[in-house]
Design a protein around this ligand. Structure first.
Ligand code: PXL
Length: 275
C-alpha cells in the first residue's frame, strides 16, 4: 500500500484540511500519516475560533519517523499556519524525499481575490518558495496571483490563465495545476501546464454553490488517485468530477449544511470511480 504524509491543520469542526484528507485518502486505499500544524476549534470561517499552535512539535515528530526509517510515497501540504511552518515543511521535504517521493503542494492561503484571515503578503511570497522543486502544485487563481505578483481578475479569458500558468511554472514546480478556472459560461474546472510546456484542461458543469473545504477535497482526491496509479490528467478529472458531485449532493441536503460538504455521503462513489 502507498503511504502519504499530509501536513496541515486539524480544524476539529468544519470538514477541511486533515478532517478531509485523512478519511478521503484512507477510503482511497492509501495509508495516511498526518503532521498536524495546529489544532483549531473550527476552521477560520467561524467566528471566535480557538487555535493551539503545534509548530514546536513538528520537527521532533519528523525526527522520530526518520529514526524509524519511514518512507513516504508522497508528501502533501495544505493549510500551514505560519512562515515558520512553511520553513519546517521544506525541511520535512528534504528529510523524506526519496527518488520516488512525490511532493504535492496546495498553497492554501486565500480565495476570491482575498487572503484568509491569518495571512499576509509576506506569507504568500514564502508559499511561492515552498513550491520550488516540488512535483505538483495546485493553487486556485487567487493563490496563483499572490505567489506570482499578478493582478487578480474576477473576469478573465484563456490568455490570462495561460500567462498565469507560465508565471507559476517560473516558481520551479514540475506541473502547475490551476483550480477554479472557468473557460466558458456555466463551466468550471482546471487548467495545467507540465514541465514539457504542454497545457491540459478539464471543464465540468459549474454548480452554483461555494462550500468550504472543496479545495482540500479536490487536492486529496487528486494526489490519492495519482498514488493509486492514475496519470495526473486522469487524477485531475476524477477529483474535479467527484468534487462537483459532492457539491451537488450537499445542495440537495434539506438540512442545508453551510460550513462544509457532505463527502461522507459520496465516498462510496469515489471508491467506485477508482475500480
Ligand atoms: O480549507 C482550507 C482551510 C484549512 N484550514 C483552515 C482554514 C481553511 C480555510 O479557511 O481556515 C484552518
Amino acid at each position: 500500500m502507498k503511504r502519504i504524509l499530509t501536513i496541515q491543520d486539524i480544524s476539529c469542526l468544519g470538514k477541511c484540511s486533515i478532517t478531509i484528507a485523512l478519511p478521503v485518502l484512507s477510503a482511497m486505499g492509501v495509508e495516511t500519516v498526518i503532521l498536524p500544524t495546529a489544532v483549531l476549534s473550527t476552521h477560520t470561517m467561524f467566528k471566535n475560533f480557538t487555535v493551539k499552535d503545534l509548530t514546536g512539535e513538528l520537527l521532533p515528530i519528523a525526527a522520530h519517523w526518520k529514526s524509524e526509517n519511514v518512507h513516504f510515497d508522497a508528501i502533501y501540504t495544505g493549510y500551514l499556519g505560519s512562515a515558520e511552518e512553511i520553513e519546517i515543511a521544506k525541511r520535512v521535504f528534504a528529510m523524506f524525499r526519496d527518488k520516488d517521493t512525490l511532493l504535492f503542494v496546495d498553497p492554501v492561503m486565500g480565495d476570491n481575490g482575498k487572503l484568509y484571515p491569518a495571512f499576509d503578503t509576506a506569507y504568500a511570497a514564502l508559499n511561492a518558495g515552498l513550491c520550488k522543486g516540488t512535483d505538483i502544485i495546485v493553487p486556485n487563481i487567487t493563490e496563483a496571483c499572490l505567489m506570482t505578483g499578478t493582478e487578480y481578475r474576477e473576469v478573465y479569458d484563456r490568455d490570462y490563465i495561460v500567462s498565469l500558468l507560465e508565471r507559476l511554472s517560473g516558481l520551479g514546480a514540475g506541473v502547475s495545476v490551476l483550480t477554479g478556472v472557468s473557460l466558458s459560461p456555466g463551466k468550471t474546472g482546471v487548467m495545467g501546464l507540465d514541465s514539457s510546456g504542454t497545457l491540459f484542461e478539464y471543464q465540468n458543469d459549474r454548480v452554483d454553490a461555494a462550500y468550504h473545504g472543496t479545495g482540500d477535497l479536490f487536492s486529496s482526491v487528486c494526489v490519492g488517485a495519482v498514488l493509486r496509479g492514475r496519470t495526473l490528467q486522469e487524477a485531475v478529472q476524477i477529483a474535479a468530477d467527484y468534487t462537483a458531485h459532492t457539491i451537488r449532493v450537499t445542495l440537495e441536503n434539506p438540512e442545508k449544511p453551510w460550513y462544509g460538504v457532505d463527502f461522507e455521503r459520496t465516498l462510496p462513489d469515489l471508491i467506485d470511480a477508482l475500480r
